[in-house]
Design a protein around this ligand. Structure first.
Ligand SMILES: Cc1cc2nc3c(=O)[nH]c(=O)nc-3n(C[C@H](O)[C@H](O)[C@H](O)COP(=O)(O)O)c2cc1C
Length: 160
């Protein structure tokens, strides 16, 4: 049996960006989750994937809802990452956001925002993989990403 602490340690050596993935619950209420398991999957068609724990309270928004949005955080958005990684009811209380075609929250000040249509959901152990086709997007020309590495937030160092 693989030691799960060491497994997490090994995976944590893979540096990632940080996103807040947003959607709508069946009753139309907006929800969001901090996700670093986000990957580009295909260029044609333009597909992306996210991986969500089966225990995610708002999982229905992503496995049953038709649409979701991915908000790629910048280095000054650590408070947003922390807020959406905390299990609480109304994560959007006192938060200003935009909506595009789907009604899913588009967070301002991000490096990129992508609005997606859910294509498929695959069970993967204790997570689900949600694949979405990107329908609309915007990105900023400058700004630095919020990074996650070895269980801590980081920012870009020197380019090499
Ligand atoms: C930097 C960071 C990255 C995370 N990445 C993921 C992820 O990829 N998938 C996931 O299911 N949870 C991830 N989490 C944990 C969720 O954000 C957290 O458990 C959240 O509260 C789940 O949403 P819920 O409150 O609706 O259950 C991450 C947390 C942090 C701080």
């Amino acid at each position: 049996m693989l030691d799960s602490r060491r497994f997490r340690g090994a995976l944590g050596r893979f540096a990632t960006g940080v996103t807040v993935v947003t959607g709508l619950m069946p009753d139309g209420s907006p929800v969001g989750v901090t996700v670093n398991a986000f990957t580009s999957l295909s260029l044609r068609p333009p597909l992306v994937l996210i991986s969500l724990a089966n225990t995610t309270v708002c999982l229905d928004a992503f496995v049953k809802g038709d649409r979701f949005a991915i908000n790629v955080l910048g280095e000054d958005q650590r408070p947003l990452s922390l807020a959406f990684a905390t299990r609480r009811k109304d994560k959007f209380k006192d938060l200003v956001y935009e909506t595009w075609d789907s009604g899913c929250p588009i967070l301002p000040g991000c490096l990129a925002n992508l609005e997606c249509t859910r294509i498929t959901v695959h069970q993967g152990g204790d997570h689900v993989v949600v694949i979405g086709e990107v329908n609309r997007m915007e990105h900023s020309e400058d700004g630095n990403p919020l990074l996650y590495y070895r269980g801590s937030y980081a920012r870009l160092g020197e380019e090499i």
